[in-house]
Design a protein around this ligand. Structure first.
Ligand code: C5P
Length: 294
């Protein structure tokens, strides 16, 4: 039996813009994404000789064929024409679920990475194309680091790493919002909080931490904040503790604050823990090395 271990980092949206609806039912997006140090851990056992199984240590996440890890493994084995003769995947979750942090997509990306490390069938680009069949965020999760994502999320441009000494405080409130429902609501309401993506790109190029904080923006935030007043209240607490910016990530419900001081981030996290059971500290991760170039 072969045992593979893989880490799956969560992501945050520094910006998220919805440019319009597409004929295929998806939306064209423009997002600046960053991978963070809050990660799930996966173990894959190949050659168990048993029927496939996917299990997760959180009851709210589906086991078995409904789990994105299963779908990713199925897609990989079919596309590569390989049969591991039994596969067991175990996921240890740290990334909050239904959070806008691509937890499920990152787990699926980790499965693709692990299987490709073992079987070596695909280039990085081919693996991202395979990942897109599993979910819109999977190509970015394979790409990692700081990136501009366009199209459904699969047209990726590498950006410089964030400046040193930036810390994220992440809060997962009790509520979760439905991603398809929010896209439909945005189609009706229109985008009222459009990020200045060019200003964010320039802030990253200049390594200007305050400009990065000032340009955090998410087209979904007004819709989510109108429904859940905690969004505004939690942002205000983060800003009152010295965050240089605070926003919703993805379609939520995680709200994050960006801090230049680890001490301030820590004290904000301590106070917020009194209000919310799920509070995490994280840092940006650098881009992973290119494993299988074309
Ligand atoms: O690709 P994925 O299954 O993760 O997308 C989940 C849902 O999010 C889609 O069914 C769609 O409603 C919405 N979505 C979208 N446009 C995107 C990505 C996601 O409309 N670019």
């Amino acid at each position: 039996m072969i045992v593979l271990h893989e880490t799956a980092p969560g992501k945050l949206n520094l910006t998220l813009d919805v440019l319009g609806q597409r004929p295929d039912g998806y939306h064209d997006l423009e997002m600046v994404m960053v991978s963070v140090s809050l990660c799930d851990s996966l173990t894959l056992e190949l050659g168990t000789g048993e029927p496939w199984s996917v299990t997760c240590d959180r009851s709210e996440i589906p086991d078995g064929p409904e789990n994105l890890c299963w779908k990713a493994a199925r897609a990989y084995c079919d596309a590569a024409g390989v049969d591991p003769d039994g596969l067991r995947i175990r996921v240890k979750k740290h990334i909050p679920a239904q959070a806008g942090m691509a937890g499920g997509s990152s787990d699926a990306a980790a499965v693709l990475r692990a299987l490709n490390r073992h079987y070596g069938r695909f280039s990085d680009e081919e693996l991202r194309a395979l990942g897109l069949r599993v979910g819109s965020d999977v190509p970015y999760c394979l790409f990692g680091g700081v990136a501009l994502a366009r199209g459904r999320g699969e047209l990726l441009t590498r950006l410089p790493d964030l400046p040193k000494e930036l810390y994220f405080v992440l809060i997962k409130p009790e509520f979760s919002a439905s991603t398809p429902a929010l896209f439909r609501a945005l189609d009706t309401a229109g985008v009222t909080a459009r990020p200045d993506t060019a200003a964010m790109l320039s802030a990253i190029q200049q390594q200007d931490r305050n400009a990065i904080g000032a340009n955090l923006q998410n087209a979904f935030e007004p819709l989510v904040a109108a429904q859940y007043p905690q969004v505004k209240a939690l942002r205000q607490i983060l800003l009152a503790h010295g965050a240089i910016g605070a926003r919703l990530t993805g379609t939520g419900s995680v709200i994050f604050g960006l801090f230049c001081s680890k001490l301030r981030a820590f004290s904000a996290a301590l106070e917020l823990e009194e209000l919310c059971p799920q509070v995490h500290l994280a840092e940006a991760l650098p881009a992973p090395p290119c494993v299988h170039p074309l």
